[in-house]
Design a protein around this ligand. Structure first.
Ligand SMILES: [Zn+2]
Ligand SMILES: [Zn+2]
Length: 260
């Protein structure tokens, strides 16, 4: 028996429904949308990840400090203020991030930041958005009323060399979902600070002091959300928050894609 073209098409449609083949934006494996291990339940369900990546790229929902977003040893520990935050609250009004700076998330960030690869941008925007929603719904989290969405700025020479500010690209995603315009001019980096990675927490704070200036015409009287790609000690976001408050912001919420 031969199957006519029409029947062949029907069979094809029956087998694959409306699933769309694509490549996993993290590992590049060919994947079929809707075929995650537990369809619809993973944190990034519907984002086009392969089942393996879907399983490891998870939003940290427990085991973190609500004051500084630092991770507890185990991911399933209750959300509890860390010792440092109990002694001294951080400069921002609320903070949240998606997950740990490791594995697939780290690769995505590095490829985007230094390789100029925009391929993972949609996925990273989705992660930042899902982190925002999660931290908006938890107690003492985001207010959900951000009027200005901005990003940790790069110093102008760095921006010129890279051609884009990776954190601003992430901020644009959140801004459009909130129906506001991203405000790249809300914050400016007024001097270069060099790499922070080899400095201690105390040195980082000193190194960053006064590095950011906010524009009061943009932020005065506003609820501001500031986005960063990777948060390490939080000193950078904290200095940015201080500058925003100095310029008259009434609330500053800090959102990062990854926590190192
Ligand atoms: Zn994958
Ligand atoms: Zn803390």
């Amino acid at each position: 028996m031969t199957v006519g073209l029409k029947d062949g098409r029907t069979l094809w449609a029956k087998l694959f429904g409306r699933m769309v083949a694509g490549r996993c934006p993290v590992c590049g494996r060919v994947t079929v949308r809707g075929r995650g291990r537990t369809p619809g339940t993973a944190d990034l369900a519907g984002a086009g990840l392969c089942p393996e990546c879907e399983e490891v790229l998870v939003l940290r929902k427990r085991g973190f400090c609500p004051g500084c977003a630092a991770f507890a040893e185990a991911a399933d520990m209750p959300v509890t203020l860390c010792g440092e935050c109990r002694l001294l609250p951080r400069a921002w009004s609320a903070v949240g991030c998606f997950g740990g700076y490791e594995g697939g998330l780290r690769e995505l960030v590095l490829k985007f930041k230094f390789g100029g690869q925009m391929a993972g941008l949609a996925l990273m925007r989705e992660m930042v958005w899902r982190a925002y929603v999660f931290h908006r719904e938890r107690p003492d989290g985001f207010s959900g009323r951000a009027e200005v969405v901005t990003a940790v700025p790069l110093y102008r020479q760095r921006l010129r060399a890279r051609g884009y500010n990776q954190s601003l690209e992430l901020a644009k995603g959140v801004a459009s979902r909130l129906g506001v315009k991203a405000a790249p001019d809300a914050l400016r980096k007024v001097r270069p600070t060099g790499p922070q990675s080899r400095l201690s927490a105390r040195e980082r704070r000193t190194n960053l002091k006064g590095a950011f200036v906010a524009d009061e015409r943009v932020v005065a009287g506003k609820n501001v959300l500031v986005v960063d790609d990777v948060m390490t000690t939080g000193s950078t976001l904290e200095e940015a928050a201080k500058a925003l408050f100095t310029a008259g912001a009434v609330r500053v919420e800090a959102l990062a894609l990854a926590r190192d």
